[in-house]
Design a protein around this ligand. Structure first.
Ligand code: PLP
Length: 363
């Protein structure tokens, strides 16, 4: 029964990717980042699969962390954007959430809180991304202030985030590391720097704690071949099926706005996937799709529920034949680059209409 569009999630691949992160940085502890519903892969199932392997999880906000607790996840969970309101500090202490302190308001929220027991705190330092975090020069004072608060648990981790770690020739990662180590001088605290790209691409960024996200889902953050990233295994396969098939004459237009016109007699397969599922509407004619495992170009506009594919050059295609939109042999990053975006966005903006199914639930 049912529409063939589905996303199949390979939990063995997810665990293998986490193990690769550990293997690359064996001296560090790596927090598995499962924000944004585990980058669209379903945070509960992914966290359950990873829980035996990881020291902690990371999410953007307390709502995401509480969802993991409701699913039975017991490991600590780092709140990457910190607290949004003062009451979150006491909840964090109770639930074993770690709070990122990014600004003076966060410090005040900790100071004003009455947690039942001390809360674990990380301090974010802005070393050049200029999005969140404390000025490097203010770190010693903030650190001392937080250290002295009875609401704050023993060890404070000091963290920063890179703007351009995926650009392996860009010097800014090195300067951010320099700013960070200068800011941390004289502070005897564990440190955290690396996201996925830094973990794989910048050995000096592997500190006490890493924070890999994207790589766990099996896609490379780099725009070119990379020895480690190329060993990652894609976790999501977004697939559907052929629900319409027709021959069109040369000169016939296909789809909304008649944006694509056949230059020869063509066979057009209609596939049940569209922007209502999270397939990017900006994917232009020529974006690759796998029909029966073979590449064929999308043609015409992406509709809400359907796309059209030129299968003229493929061995005969039939109704109900399987189609892969990304995953396996077709990297999500490749589809993303046709659509003018990145794999991160395509994965995280999958809509609730696409059912997620899981393989490899138990080790
Ligand atoms: C999302 C996020 C990460 C993970 O980044 P990836 O590029 O997905 O590995 C790490 N640290 C912070 C602060 C983040 O917001």
């Amino acid at each position: 029964m049912g529409r063939p569009a589905k996303a199949s999630i390979d939990l063995n691949a997810l665990r293998a990717n986490y193990r690769l992160a550990q293997q690359v940085a064996p001296q560090s502890k790596s927090i598995a980042i499962v924000k944004a519903n585990a980058y669209g892969h379903g945070c509960e199932a992914c966290a359950r699969a990873l829980e035996p392997l990881v020291p902690a999880f990371g999410v953007a906000c307390i709502e995401e962390a509480l969802k993991l607790r409701a699913a039975g996840i017991t490991k600590p969970i780092l709140l990457l954007e910190g607290s949004f309101t003062a009451d979150e500090v006491a909840i964090a202490a109770r639930e074993d959430f770690w709070v990122m302190v990014e600004n003076d308001q966060h410090v005040e929220q900790v100071r004003a809180s009455h947690p039942a027991h001390p809360v674990q705190v990380w301090i974010k330092v802005d070393t050049g991304m200029h999005r969140l975090g404390m000025a490097p020069a203010s770190l010693p004072a903030i650190y001392a202030q937080l250290k002295a608060l009875p609401q704050v648990a023993g060890e404070i981790v000091v963290a920063t985030h890179f703007s351009s770690a995926d650009m392996l020739d860009d010097h800014s990662t090195i300067s951010q590391m320099e700013v960070f180590s200068r800011a941390c001088e004289g502070i005897n605290a564990p440190r955290s720097m690396a996201n996925s790209a830094a973990l794989m691409g910048w050995p000096d960024a592997r500190a006490d704690w890493n924070r890999p996200g994207f790589m766990l889902y099996g896609a490379t953050p780099f725009g070119r071949p990379h020895e480690v990233a190329d060993q990652l295994r894609p976790v999501m396969t977004l697939s559907s099926g052929v629900i319409g098939l027709r021959k069109v004459a040369a000169g016939s237009a296909v789809g909304y706005a008649r944006s694509w016109v056949a230059s020869r007699p063509s066979i057009i397969a209609t596939v049940a996937i569209g922007y209502g599922d999270g397939y990017p509407r900006h994917a232009p004619s020529g974006t690759p799709v796998l029909v029966n495992g073979q590449r064929a170009p999308l043609v015409g506009r992406v509709s809400m529920d359907m796309i059209t594919v030129d299968v003229t050059d493929l061995p005969p295609v039939s109704l109900n034949d399987p189609v892969v939109l990304w995953g396996g042999e077709l990297p999500v990053n490749e589809v993303a680059s046709y659509a003018g975006t990145i794999g991160y966005e395509l994965l995280t903006r999958m809509t609730g209409r696409v059912p997620l199914s899981y393989r490899g639930g138990d080790e």
